[in-house]
Design a protein. Structure first.
Lengths: 287, 287
């Protein structure tokens, strides 16, 4: 059997997996994200037990994704200071297999497109709402990068919070991430999201932010389907509210047949948390 | 010489041209946009004098751009009621050359990429600010369509107008087009934009809207260059203000080397109004 390695590289943990080219996972583990010097040896040890033919990585950024650049796989300015200038390519020290890198959200997006709710579609966006907010875009059969990669979780949202909450993004307060991420919910209401589950106003507001953002992503990307993942999206009652808010903000301007079937248009991830690691496996197998 | 036809199809006029595959225009004219039954014969008559090998069209939308669809080239729901369900393909009644269609802004974008300020680049966005606002996106060497095509002029903008102006978009008031198009300026201040040229506050506000929108497009598309065209962008003093506002709203979050050279990063169109028709010629010659 041909086997591949996959890394879902996050700021607090790295999920590692070995699997085949149909995303059947043979072995998986998690390692805590510390400094590269501490973390990378654990990763190399895990993969050394297998005869893998390539590694796919869905990584936090900013990161250079231009395969023609000498900096391909190198992390840029990030608040995770130990990882500034770290290179995923150099970390594996010229292995005899390809190392393929994309953003965490693009990996999750291609995971859902290949094995989850986006199967058979050419235009899908994947939005994660958790510790941060990010968007992976699959457009006309390709993952969208642009020059570097989108940072569409940082679009600005019109808000009018009568309680004075202005958002917590250190760069632009009232961006989507600054208003609606898990830490933003905690800052807004003074409690962790898990302790606010019964407070309907919190989730109406959260759905309002997400609906406003989705309306804009529909304008910018023209997707056939919108898939939502990340910790905050475990709150299932958000989905009907988000669908209603999205339609309300769009107000009929774009009205495709997909948007007439909102339960399928805006949907939870099908891979239930494995979209990132399975997407990274797919990136490895595609080479 | 191999010749091609091009149409820049707008709501008030159609620009027609015949040219070669280097966008040298041999003959050009304009016809008023009336009903299809009145307008199309004029167009066919213009092209009938030439032995053309294909036609490229940059058209107002919404329009089906999926080449595999039977509806390719068909206009959807538009306030221009005479044109609802009109098909550009059927209009030319099976000619023996290809008819290639894209949005007006995508045609202008590929015009600038091929012959103007975007030459040599792979990731460019073109924004027109005029009667309406639209965005053409060229990403990793391809025009972006998604399922249908973006309508990124309709992203919502956070605003706080102390004079009570809320925007004029009939669908969502405070979208970019509803706040910053030519007709929005007129509605906001009660005078046509041309009569407001000396009023600095008007243009500070306009640059503020445009800067806010560009910040979001950078987050969504990660462009190497942003090219601005359309009637409102003839007000040259807007450019330095827009550059400053864009940087201010981005606040250092994305800080590429391109963004350290703002005079080149955010720039007027190089083809001085011919970007749409030359882009349509290019689409025809590319087939």
């Amino acid at each position: 059997m041909i086997m591949f390695g996959a890394i879902e590289a996050g700021g607090t943990k790295m999920v590692l997996a070995v699997g085949d080219n149909s995303a059947n996972i043979i072995k998986t583990t998690e390692v805590e994200t510390r400094t590269p010097d501490e973390t990378i040896p654990d990763i190399i040890k895990f993969f050394s037990e297998f005869d893998i033919e390539g590694i796919g990585i869905g990584a936090f950024g900013p990161i250079c994704l231009d395969r023609s650049s000498v900096n391909y796989g190198r992390i840029g300015k990030t608040p995770k200071l130990d990882w500034v200038d770290f290179s995923w390519i150099e970390a594996f020290d010229n292995p005899d297999y390809p190392v393929v890198i994309d953003t965490d959200v693009n990996a999750a997006c291609i995971g859902e497109v290949t094995y989850g709710k986006g199967r058979g579609l050419k235009n899908v966006i994947y939005i994660t709402v958790g510790t941060g907010i990010g968007v992976g875009v699959y457009s006309e059969g390709n993952l969208l990068h642009g020059m570097q990669h989108p940072e569409a979780g940082h679009i600005l949202l019109p808000v009018n919070n009568d309680d004075g909450f202005e958002g917590i993004c250190p760069y632009h307060k009232n961006c989507f991430e600054g208003l609606a991420s898990g830490p933003a919910i905690q800052a807004h209401y003074g409690k962790k999201a898990q302790l606010l589950l019964d407070e309907d106003e919190v989730w109406q507001k959260e759905a309002d932010y997400i609906g406003k953002a989705i309306m804009q992503y529909i304008c910018c990307y023209s997707p056939e389907k919108i898939i939502l993942g990340g910790g905050v999206m475990h709150v299932e009652k958000l989905f009907p509210m988000i669908r209603e808010k999205t339609l309300s903000y769009m107000n009929g301007y774009i009205d495709t047949k997909q948007m007439q079937d909102m339960d399928n248009y805006i949907t939870p991830a099908g891979l239930k948390g494995e979209q990132g690691i399975k997407g990274a496996l797919y990136l490895a197998s595609r080479g």
